[in-house]
Design a binder for this molecule. Structure first.
Ligand code: ARG
Length: 480
């Protein structure tokens, strides 16, 4: 235990010193400070503060000279923060306090007016919404890059096919392209959710004050426009304490993580000797400190493993929020680390797994050999009987009996089918490698025709997402 922990804290003034005779205990600052993590909000705080200052000037609460002085000071503080020259002091409780303190040092008179009509409650909510919007767009961009990798791999896969599985038991052969596109479609829904989250959170809290707005003539509409928000808040109590947007962002990232985790699990299986469906590039595999022969899929495993954290971060925030009365409570400071962590982990996972996917080689011979297992043709055989007019339930029973017989007596299924009176002679074709896949034509199904159609649809889907992303990203550019 640190001896001095309960002793007196920093000597500099806190934001609230007027009301207090004594200064803060050191442990109060240690326990309540958020600077170590919310320093990441610096650029967003500066943007929000600049918009606030311009807003104050527009309604006459700052003169043009005061406006210029505070904007210059904010710009300088922002530059110092960006290049690491900014000197923090002990009483800097969070990045917002630090910036206001620095502005007041640089512009002693006018700086004291920066916080007019503002509370850290609307200030923090504003900065965090700006940060989260950008984060959602970053991850959407990285997710689309991953989709491109999957689509390129799917194109390269050509006619290759592998067993499709249910219950991890061989079910029916499917094109490798269809399998890879399945993952790309899941990521497409993630992109959709990321953009919808960015859009829904695009509401400005600035002007809500601590919880009740202000008696000063602020104009939240103009600051909302200045910051690229779609509109200002309509209820000050709600917007200062609402963290739905953080929960939604965490959920969206957790689902994305779950999708990557499922892909990770597949890569772990596929790169095993038992499957042998994929060979990882040396740059994206690890070795063992003891077993010289090992080549391990650590990126896939960690992608799977880190998903636990993503789910935990979502759970942690929801539990933080569930008992909070209106409006702001200090508990809300716990909203940031989960999202920063989920953002960091998923960004790295998308890039690392994307690189692993891009450089991996699929062993299509091993895939085909596994898929050419004749019993995987059972459903297609039953469908051939249906084409002959046999009711499906009866066809299912006939083929099931032949499979049982084949496995029991060790006779190839093709021999038994060839000798069975219910099948037409043309059935022999089905046993040619890949024939089952080539026959499948139902829309969205695992056949060459539907897969060709999917390439068109997913490209169109991605083009739509790309233009939505660019529209929202344009709102990040300062308006003046
Ligand atoms: N660092 C704090 C947070 O992120 C700032 C808000 C403090 N507000 C207050 N009313 N004490 O929530």
């Amino acid at each position: 235990m640190n001896e001095g922990a309960t002793g007196p804290g920093p000597t500099g003034n806190t934001l609230w010193h007027g009301r207090f005779e004594g200064g803060p205990a050191r442990v109060l600052m240690d326990f309540t400070a958020s600077l170590p993590f919310d320093v990441r909000l610096a650029a967003c705080d500066i943007r929000g503060s600049m918009a606030h200052v311009r807003g104050l000037a527009r309604v006459g609460l700052l003169t043009a000279e005061e406006e210029a002085a505070v904007l210059d000071a904010l710009e300088q503080a922002g530059a110092e923060l960006a290049d690491g020259r900014f000197t923090f002091v002990e009483s800097d409780e969070d990045v917002h306090t630090a910036i206001e303190r620095r502005v007041t040092e640089l512009a002693p008179e006018a700086g004291g007016k920066l916080h007019t009509g503002r509370s850290r409650n609307d200030q923090v909510a504003t900065a965090f919404r700006l940060w989260t919007k950008e984060a959602m767009l970053d991850i959407a961009g990285l997710t689309m890059n991953f989709q491109h990798v999957l689509i390129d791999k799917a194109r390269l896969a050509g006619e290759a096919y592998l067993p499709g599985y249910t219950h991890l038991q061989r079910a029916q052969p499917v094109p490798l392209a269809h399998h890879l596109l399945a993952h790309a479609w899941a990521l497409g829904r993630d992109v959709d959710r990321l953009l919808a989250t960015a859009k829904r959170l695009n509401v400005s809290p600035l002007g809500a004050g601590a919880l009740a707005g202000t008696s000063l003539p602020l104009d939240p509409v103009s600051t909302a426009v200045d910051l690229g928000f779609d509109r200002p808040f309509t209820n000050s109590l709600d917007v200062t304490s609402d963290r739905d947007f953080v929960a939604e962002a965490l959920f969206t990232l957790a689902v994305l993580g779950v999708h990557l985790s499922r892909m990770g699990e597949e890569f772990v299986l596929w790169s095993s000797q038992e499957f042998g469906f994929v060979t990882l590039d040396d740059g994206y595999a690890t070795g063992s400190s003891m077993m010289p022969q090992k080549k391990n899929p650590d990126i896939a495993e960690l992608t799977r493993g880190k998903t636990g954290r993503l789910i935990g971060n979502l759970t942690s925030l929801l539990v933080t929020l569930k008992g909070l009365p209106l409006a702001y409570n200090r508990d809300l400071q716990e909203d940031k680390e989960p999202l920063f962590d989920s953002y960091d982990q998923i960004s790295l996972a998308l890039v690392a797994f994307g690189g692993m996917m891009e450089t991996a080689s699929f062993n299509t011979v091993a895939m085909a050999a596994a898929a050419d297992d004749q019993t995987s043709l059972a459903t297609d055989l039953a469908e051939i009987l249906v084409e002959q007019g046999v009711p499906f339930r009866e066809a299912h029973a006939i083929v099931g009996g032949l499979v049982r017989d084949s496995l029991g007596r060790g006779v190839p299924l093709s021999d038994l089918v060839g000798g069975h009176p219910a099948f037409p002679d043309s059935v022999a074709f089905l046993f040619a490698p890949g024939a089952a896949v080539s026959r499948r034509a139902s829309p969205g199904g695992a056949g060459a025709g539907p897969v060709a159609e999917q390439f068109k649809q997913i490209e169109a889907d991605m083009a739509r997402s790309g233009s939505r992303l660019r529209t929202i990203a344009a709102s990040l550019e300062p308006s003046d």
